[in-house]
Design a protein around this ligand. Structure first.
Ligand code: FES
Length: 278
């Protein structure tokens, strides 16, 4: 086998110790049995091997390939495509700062910059104590709570540089921290096992149903035409703001209302395409 990137011969991936292999095989069979086609179990199996070592090793990929009758190339292609699979050792807590557009302008960029300086690490780097890996992350559909920080994929909403620095200090010191919503926090390895599909039986985890927060539900209620105390729809084209605190408005929202293109671009009015292409 050849390491293409280095042009060097690569040793075969070592196997797991016998007891670890036996335990992982039993878990893997349980996961595979959920699917009509065994190869569909690849994503959870990658989480399973990640739960063993904290990242997806060559040994883990070989294990997945053997369990699913795939080639290691097929497994590698998947493991290197998705960012939720780590390819190198990292910290107990993955601290992901959302720096997509909305979080960035609401302070995500500033949080990331201050955490870099505070922790002395860059993107995808781990503190020397092995506790925290800092990462840019993409939008996690929590824009209404921007700027958002995620620790092992649990939400910490409406963060500031100061609150984020306190958060990482607490994580490194082993002090308990509680996500804004959802299940209690656990280590990256424990998270990986939950993502592999094994029940999260920790106290508080079952009760944490998650779900949408109040800010998200305001939009849903407006879309259904329901009353939302204090809500106003602001039209983008200068029409008067609409009081939506009471039901009975004519249409669902400013964006659902039919709008002629000519209203926003008088120089280039357009209408329905006719058979003659006019
Ligand atoms: S932009 Fe950060 S959660 Fe959507």
């Amino acid at each position: 086998m050849t390491d293409v990137s280095l042009g060097m011969p690569q040793l075969p991936a070592p196997d797991y110790p016998a007891d670890v292999r036996a335990r992982l095989e039993a878990d893997a069979r349980e996961v595979i049995a959920r699917y009509p086609d065994s190869r569909s179990a690849l994503l959870p199996l990658l989480h399973l091997v990640q739960s063993e070592e904290g990242y997806v090793t060559r040994t883990g990929m070989r294990f997945c390939a053997e369990m699913l009758d795939l080639t290691t190339a097929e497994v590698t292609a998947v493991a290197t495509f998705y960012t939720m699979y780590r390819r190198k050792p990292s910290g107990d807590y993955q601290v992901g700062v959302c720096t997509n557009t909305l979080c960035a302008v609401m302070g995500g960029d500033a949080i990331f910059a201050e955490l870099q300086e505070h922790l002395g690490v860059g993107n995808d780097e781990t503190t020397p104590d092995g506790k925290v890996t800092l990462e840019h992350i993409e939008c996690n559909a929590a824009c209404d709570f921007a700027p958002v920080v995620m620790v092992n994929w649990e939400f910490f909403d409406n963060q500031t540089p100061e609150s984020a620095k306190r958060l990482v200090d607490d994580l490194r010191a082993g002090r308990p921290v509680a996500p804004t919503r959802g299940a209690p926090l656990c280590t990256y390895k424990e998270t990986a096992r939950i993502l592999a599909g094994f029940p999260d039986e920790r106290p508080g985890a079952v009760e944490a149903t998650g779900g949408a927060g109040p800010a998200s539900l305001v939009g849903l209620k407006l879309a259904k035409g329901e009353a939302v105390p204090g809500a106003r729809v602001v039209h983008p084209r200068g029409e008067p703001a609409e009081d939506r605190s009471m039901p009975g408005s004519e249409h669902l929202s400013s964006h659902d209302a039919p709008q002629a293109t000519s209203a926003s671009d008088p120089q280039h009015p357009s209408g329905p395409v006719t058979e003659e292409g006019e």
